[in-house]
Design a protein around this ligand. Structure first.
Ligand code: HEC
Length: 148
C-alpha cells in the first residue's frame, strides 16, 4: 500500500517535470539556443530574474539602447515600442513595451534573457549579434518605454 502511493506520487512529479522540460526544450529548439535554467519562460523564470543588471541606466546607456533598438527591433516592435512595426513574418504578435505586461517576466534579468535567447520564431536570439553589454543597454532603454 505504502509502495503504491509513493509510486503514484513519483509518477505525478515525473509527468509535471517532464512536461515543463518538454515545453522548454521545444522553445529552445525553435530559438536555436541551448536549454539552460535561465531559458525564457512564459509567466517568468525566477532563475533569470536573479541576473543582476551590471549596467547603470544612465542617459548614455539609454541612448545606446535606443540606437540598437531603431536598427534591429523597431521593425517589429514599432518605433515607439507599441508592437505595431508589422515585421513579424512568422505570425507572432510583437510585444507592446508601453503596456504593463511582460509575458516572460518583468525583471531586468528576464528581459535580458528574452533578448539573449529569444522566445519564438519571430523573437529570435540576439546572443550572436549583440554583446551582453549592448543587451543591457536595450533593457535600460525598454524600461523608459514602459508606463509606470
Ligand atoms: C521579426 C520580429 C521581431 C524583431 C526584429 C524583434 N522582436 Fe522582440 N518579439 C517579437 C515577438 C513576435 C514577440 C512575442 C514573442 C512570444 O510571444 O513568444 C517578441 C517579444 C519580445 C520580448 C518579450 C516581451 C515580454 O512581454 O516579455 C522582448 C523583451 C523583446 N521582444 C525585445 C526585442 C528587442 C530588444 C529586439 C531587438 C534587438 C527585438 N525584440 C526584435 C518580434 C520581434
Amino acid at each position: 500500500m505504502k509502495l503504491i502511493s509513493t509510486g503514484s506520487a513519483l509518477c505525478v512529479v515525473g509527468v509535471v517535470l517532464g512536461s515543463a522540460v518538454g515545453w522548454r526544450a521545444e522553445a529552445a529548439a525553435i530559438q536555436g539556443t541551448s536549454l539552460t535554467s535561465r531559458t525564457p519562460r512564459r509567466g517568468g523564470n525566477p532563475e533569470a530574474a536573479k541576473l543582476q543588471n551590471p549596467v547603470a541606466g544612465t542617459p548614455e546607456s539609454i541612448a545606446g539602447g535606443q540606437r540598437t533598438y531603431k536598427l534591429l527591433c523597431a521593425r517589429c516592435h514599432g518605433i515607439e515600442g507599441r508592437g505595431d512595426g508589422g515585421g513579424a513574418g512568422a505570425g507572432g504578435q510583437p510585444a507592446d513595451f508601453t503596456d504593463a505586461v511582460w509575458d516572460f517576466g518583468g525583471s531586468d534579468g528576464e528581459i535580458f534573457m528574452a533578448i539573449h535567447d529569444g522566445t519564438s520564431a519571430d523573437m529570435e536570439s540576439y546572443a550572436e549579434r549583440l554583446s551582453q553589454t549592448e543587451i543591457w543597454h536595450l533593457v535600460n532603454y525598454l524600461r523608459t518605454l514602459h508606463k509606470r
